[in-house]
Design a protein around this ligand. Structure first.
Ligand code: TMP
Ligand code: ASP
Length: 236
């Protein structure tokens, strides 16, 4: 399906309208950003890797009864998806402490959490995506319906159990990841955005080598090689 008009450009993707109502094309970009885009870079071929990884994982989730915006992959860096109104919450699931959690609470980096932690961050670049709770969601009028927030948590846990088990079978530890949900034309809440090494942390099960965007955030090098390794393991 042809792209008609660019509707939105985010840090990792561009969204285009198509000739069909409520059907969009998402194009995965090679750009890399970190720390609320204070750090910028680019890695040729990264968009194609994330497009393939996201397509595979959304198909896996659909097979496990998780409704997503994903329709199909069109080519190496474009997918067809349902238009949704994004709920401005970044839903983060953590299995192992690292990143901002260790900084915020002083938990030892690499500590396996006693249960999977689900957190909400307010999706607002100007504010630096602050951590929020259910009452903040009401005050910000993200929703007045706590059941919707419970649904997000429930879906996030379900997605975590599918992905954690899948990556474990590929010798990767799913450390943490970020999800975004949206409402479709019928008002159903479905998973949107992407699931890729840009939005997840993966550590090798044997060596704890980081195979995700932390390689860019922390200047560890071999960013593209790491993303390729994740795709190769997914497809193996
Ligand atoms: P954090 O430890 O920096 O809060 O990140 C938690 C997870 O969320 C990690 O897998 C990276 C992902 N993430 C995003 O996808 N986008 C973001 O803007 C941030 C801050 C984190
Ligand atoms: N995605 C965010 C940014 O582009 C932060 C991050 O992933 O580290 O700035």
């Amino acid at each position: 399906m042809d792209k008609v008009k660019m509707l939105y450009e985010g840090k990792g993707k561009k969204l285009y309208s198509t000739h069909k109502e409520s059907i969009l094309v998402a194009e995965f970009k090679d750009d890399l950003t970190a720390f609320n885009a204070e750090k910028k870079g680019s890695e040729s071929g990264k968009g194609e890797l994330n497009c393939q990884i996201t397509s595979f994982l959304f198909e896996l989730l659909e097979k496990n009864d998780i409704k997503t915006h994903f329709i199909k992959r069109i080519d190496s860096k474009n997918i067809l998806c349902k238009e949704v109104k994004i709920i401005p919450i970044e839903v983060v699931v953590r299995n192992v402490a690292t990143g901002s959690l260790t900084k915020r609470l002083g938990i030892l980096d690499g500590k396996v959490l006693p249960f999977s932690l689900v957190e909400f961050y307010y999706k607002d670049d100007a504010l630096g995506d602050p951590l929020i709770n259910d009452e903040h969601c009401k005050i910000l009028d993200i929703t007045q319906d706590v059941q919707e927030l419970d649904f997000l948590r429930h879906q996030a846990r379900k997605i975590n159990s599918v992905l954690k088990q899948f990556f474990d079978s590929k010798n990767l530890k799913l450390i943490d990841f970020k999800l975004e949900f949206g409402k479709d034309a019928d008002g159903n809440i479905i998973l949107a955005d992407e699931i890729s090494p840009d939005s997840c942390r993966f550590w090798d099960k044997d060596t704890n080598e980081k195979l995700d965007k932390d390689r860019f955030r922390q200047d560890l090098g071999n960013v593209k090689l790491a993303y390729e390794e994740v795709l190769n393991r997914i497809l193996s």
